[in-house]
Every structure is written in structure tokens, then in C-alpha cells.
Ligand binder design. Structure first.
Ligand code: GLC
Length: 530
């Protein structure tokens, strides 16, 4: 289970390539644009960047519908630009991770087109139509000469690659075993794809819908067998590379072969709840039908950090060692931290928590300056999710660099941008916040620097929870006290450790330590050395 050393103290940063920086003025971000901003990322202190898919695609799901795994989409540049980006990042101490869409392709991928013309091709899951031309549930009618239909994985235009079924049924012949020819070819293809990009200098992958590969696999035993096989190959062929899963259940995903998994807005025994119980404040993306629940980082102070802490401990117990559980501020599928009723003054305690907890922190681009989730945007490249009908476009708007037109994202006319820039005149920018020592950006940078300077604040340090209410208080590595109050009123925590009063503040806003109490003002946090 050991991970390459670099991962355990990594600070991840996710870039949605469409929206980070446009170097050629077409209104869409690109790889050169990212390369031009590597000095910013190095200044911020992040150590690994994950890029959403940037491969040839009809872009009906923003690139998660891959039509050629081995070629960069022209709108982002070319394969040399990618190699160049990985190289330039590495010289700044930043590793580059790509997104591996393992479970499905676009319906325009040549593999699928061939499969729709050849009844003996089993790279995808095909079923014949039954009486009255009816297809089995969830199957989509064949677009080619092949009769019957195929199983999609997400949107209908994303046919599931065939990795086999965990259970066979005599009357459902499309349920092939995991060792059938199609599944074997697909597993080999995954290795070819990974090998190619790792050879160009990338350091690993975030694996899309990682739990979806083997069908009808309720215990994930066969899916885990598949990923452990991939992992064994990776450990031999590319021992420094990592696989992070989009699974939402680290307790299952890490034993299944991933180096780390994210707590997400879905996944796990109580789907999505660990993450939602921290951040989700009514701009919902959780499973449909779920009652909204107060979150811990809500101003009203009605949440409960215990939900997350219990899930963290349970996951850790299953995994056995810290450093494998990633906690994102947001991603391209769910709202940014600054969403709905949450104001910018509520963001500092959230970042103080993120960067002093033993999870792997993942900062979604723009969250470090407090960019907003923007409601009401048009459905863009499949941004309205099939699962929740949540519009993901609001989390995907252009990075706000400075006060020039289009916030410095692009020279294109505003009408040609991939998505509009936040129209708020007071929108935060990198340039504005770099010039202001009291900004969120400087705080995030300082917190990252602290985490890197003191391993006790990362996965290596022990964790002792002193209070899981308001304020949240915990000791890291027996040496640092962290106090977090995300609520809008003063909070007092009685304690019986008079020595706490002697601790030195390393970084704090509005927290006071006395012999018998810790007092935390509204939206405050404190990191103290004992
Ligand atoms: C993952 C991606 C999401 C995409 C879906 C289908 O959940 O994060 O953006 O739409 O998979 O590939």
C-alpha cells in the first residue's frame, strides 16, 4: 500500500483546462496558458496538478467523452505541449497528473464505431433486442449496422467499455466474465494509455468513475481485482507514479489498488455524507432525494464535524495508514466553497482546516482566491449532470487573474469565452490578492508553506480531537493546536490543560487561549505551537 513519498505530503491543485488560461485568444484555456502560470503555482506552493481530460473529444461531456486517448485535443495544444508542461512543472517541483477516463469512451471513438459495425467485437457491452424490438433496461439503441444496443456509462453518448460482469446469467449473454476477450483487450488498452503519458513525463492519473468498470459487482471484488492488477503493473513499470480514484469511498478504493481516493459528493456507505457534512450549504449536488443537512462550515453553526471525523477515522482504520484520503475544496462536478449563502469571510477557517488536517488537500483552481460558484449559466458541454441535474458550469468559469478584460483569462471577445467570467465588479483576482498581504490567497499560501515546513501538520502527524463542536479543536503531532470556528458568533471551549495558555500563535485570527478556555471569534481560526 505504500505510496511514492511525494504523494504523502502533496498539496494537490486541480485545473479545469478550458478555464485556466487562454494563450492563443480562442476563448478556451490551453496547455501553454497553464505553462505560463506555473510560476504562480510554484509561488502558491502546490506540489501536484491534476488536469481534467484534455484529449481529442467531441466535448459533449467537456472531454469526459474521449475519442482518442493518445492525442491532446487541438484546442489545448498538442502532445509536445503536454510533455513541455510536465517538464516545466517538474523543474518547479510540481508533478502533473492527467485524467484517465477508464470506464467509457465517446460514441465517436474508433473502437466504438468499429464495435457498432461488427457483431463479434466485444470491447463494449452489446445486447440484442428482445420481443417487440425492446432492449434490456438502460441499453441504448445501436447507432450502426449492428443490431441491438449498448450499455452507456454516464451520458448516452458515453458507451461503457466492457470489463465484464461479476455475475453471469444464462439469459443475459452480454454479461461476459472479466477474462473474456473484450475485457482483456480493454485492460491492456488502459496500460498502453497510461504507459504512453507516463513516458511523456506525467506522474499519474486521477481515474474517472473508477468504481464503474466491472458491472453488477456490488462488493467491488472484481473491480478491485482489476485495479490491483493495474497497480501491480504500475508499481513495476512506473514506481513513482500514482493513481487517484474518483470513487468517493477511500476505505474501499485504496484497498482496491489506488494510492488515494477523494471524499466526494457521492460514494461510500452513506453516499457523499462525509464531504457534504463539511461544505454543502444548500447549493446541492448530493444524491437526489436526500434531505439537505446543515454543514459544519455554515455560518449558522448548526453542523456537526463529528460526521466527517467519524468517516475519516473509519476510512483510516480500513486503510491502515494516513496519507491516502484526499479532501477537495470543490471540483468541476460540485459547487465551489464560495457558493450560495457562504461569504468570503467564511473561507479562511475552511482553508485552515483543509491545510492542517491529515487528509491530502486538493485545491480546486480559483478557490484559493475565493472565486464564486455562479448559478444560472447555460448548459455548456454537458455541464448539466445526468445524475443530479445540477449545473456544473457555475464551478467551471474562467480563472480570475487580474483586472484586465476577461479578468486576464483570454484576449478573445467576451462573447467567445468558454464560459462567462464572474460578472461581479468586486470579483477577486490573483493580482489583487497578491498585492494584499491580508488576502485569502496569501493565507492559503502561508498555510501551504506551514504544512510543508512542519510534517506534523500533514498525514505524518498524529491527530487528537479536543472538540468536534464549535469551535473544532485538535492537536497535530502533539505539538500544534488548531482551533477552527466557521460560525458567525463567539465560541468558548472550556479545557483542563492550563499549558495551552502558553502556546505561541503561528497563524491566527480572533482566537484567544486562556488557562481554562479557548475563545474563538466569528469565522476565526488559530494554529498554535505548544
Ligand atoms: C466523472 C467526472 C464528470 C463526468 C463523468 C462522466 O464523474 O468527474 O465530470 O461527467 O465522470 O465521465
Amino acid at each position: 500500500m505504500a505510496a511514492p513519498n511525494w504523494l504523502s505530503d502533496a498539496v494537490l491543485y486541480q485545473i479545469y483546462p478550458q478555464s485556466f488560461a487562454d494563450s492563443d485568444g480562442d476563448g478556451i484555456g490551453d496547455l501553454r496558458g497553464i505553462a505560463e502560470h506555473l510560476d504562480y503555482l510554484a509561488w502558491l506552493g502546490v506540489t501536484a496538478v491534476w488536469l481534467n481530460p484534455c484529449f481529442v473529444s467531441p466535448m459533449r461531456d467537456a472531454g469526459y467523452d474521449v475519442a482518442d486517448y493518445l492525442t491532446i485535443a487541438p484546442r489545448y495544444g498538442n502532445n509536445d505541449d503536454l510533455a513541455d508542461l510536465a517538464d516545466k512543472a517538474r523543474t518547479r517541483g510540481i508533478r502533473l497528473l492527467l485524467d484517465l477516463v477508464a470506464g467509457h469512451t465517446s460514441d465517436t471513438h474508433p473502437w466504438f464505431v468499429a464495435s457498432a459495425h461488427d457483431e463479434d467485437d466485444h470491447r463494449y457491452i452489446w445486447a440484442d433486442s428482445g420481443p417487440g424490438g425492446r432492449l434490456p433496461e438502460r441499453f441504448v439503441r445501436s447507432p450502426g449496422p449492428r443490431p441491438g444496443g449498448y450499455l452507456p456509462n454516464f451520458f448516452d453518448f458515453q458507451p461503457a467499455l466492457n470489463f465484464g460482469y461479476a455475475r453471469q446469467k444464462a439469459d443475459e449473454p452480454w454479461r461476459q466474465g472479466t477474462e473474456a476477450e473484450g475485457p482483456l483487450a480493454n485492460r491492456a488498452a488502459l496500460r498502453t494509455i497510461m504507459d504512453y503519458w507516463l513516458g511523456l513525463g506525467v506522474s499519474g492519473f486521477r481515474v474517472d468513475m473508477a468504481s464503474s468498470l466491472v458491472k453488477d459487482d456490488p462488493s467491488f471484488a472484481e473491480t478491485a481485482r482489476l485495479w490491483r492488477e493495474v497497480r501491480a503493473w504500475l508499481d513495476r513499470a512506473h514506481p513513482d507514479a500514482v493513481l487517484l480514484s474518483e470513487w468517493g469511498d477511500p476505505a474501499v478504493a485504496v484497498p482496491a489498488g489506488f494510492h488515494a481516493d477523494f471524499f466526494l459528493h457521492f460514494g461510500g456507505p452513506d453516499p457523499g455524507r462525509p464531504l457534504l457534512s463539511l461544505w454543502s450549504n444548500g447549493v446541492a449536488t448530493g444524491p437526489a432525494g436526500r434531505d439537505p443537512e446543515a454543514c459544519y462550515f455554515g455560518a449558522d453553526g448548526q453542523g456537526n464535524a463529528g460526521t466527517f471525523l467519524t468517516a475519516y477515522r473509519d476510512a483510516l482504520a480500513a486503510i491502515g495508514e494516513p496519507g491516502h484520503i484526499a479532501l477537495p475544496t470543490a471540483n468541476h462536478d460540485f459547487p465551489r466553497l464560495h457558493a450560495g449563502p457562504r461569504t468570503s469571510e467564511q473561507l479562511p477557517p475552511a482553508f485552515a482546516f483543509l491545510l492542517t488536517f491529515p487528509t491530502l488537500p486538493a485545491v480546486y483552481y480559483g478557490d484559493e482566491i475565493g472565486m464564486r460558484y455562479i448559478p444560472g449559466l447555460p448548459d455548456t458541454e454537458g455541464s448539466i449532470s445526468v445524475v443530479s441535474s445540477f449545473n456544473r458550469a457555475g464551478s467551471r468559469t474562467p480563472m480570475q487573474w487580474d483586472s484586465s478584460p476577461n479578468a486576464g483569462f483570454s484576449d478573445a471577445p467576451a462573447t467567445r469565452l468558454y464560459l462567462p467570467v464572474d460578472p461581479d465588479r468586486g470579483r477577486p483576482t490573483v493580482a489583487g490578492q497578491r498585492a494584499d498581504q491580508g488576502s485569502l490567497l496569501h493565507l492559503v499560501r502561508d498555510l501551504i508553506a506551514l504544512r510543508r515546513a512542519y510534517p506534523e501538520l500533514g498525514p505524518a502527524g498524529s491527530l487528537e480531537i479536543l472538540s468536534d463542536a464549535y469551535p473544532l479543536a485538535y492537536l497535530r503531532g502533539g505539538r500544534f493546536l488548531v482551533v477552527i470556528n466557521p460560525s458567525d458568533r463567539d465560541r468558548v471551549l472550556p479545557h483542563d490543560r492550563p499549558k495551552l495558555a502558553e502556546a505561541t500563535a503561528v497563524k491566527q485570527t480572533g482566537v484567544r487561549l486562556d488557562q481554562e478556555t479557548v475563545s474563538a471569534g466569528p469565522f476565526s481560526f488559530g494554529i498554535f505551537r505548544l
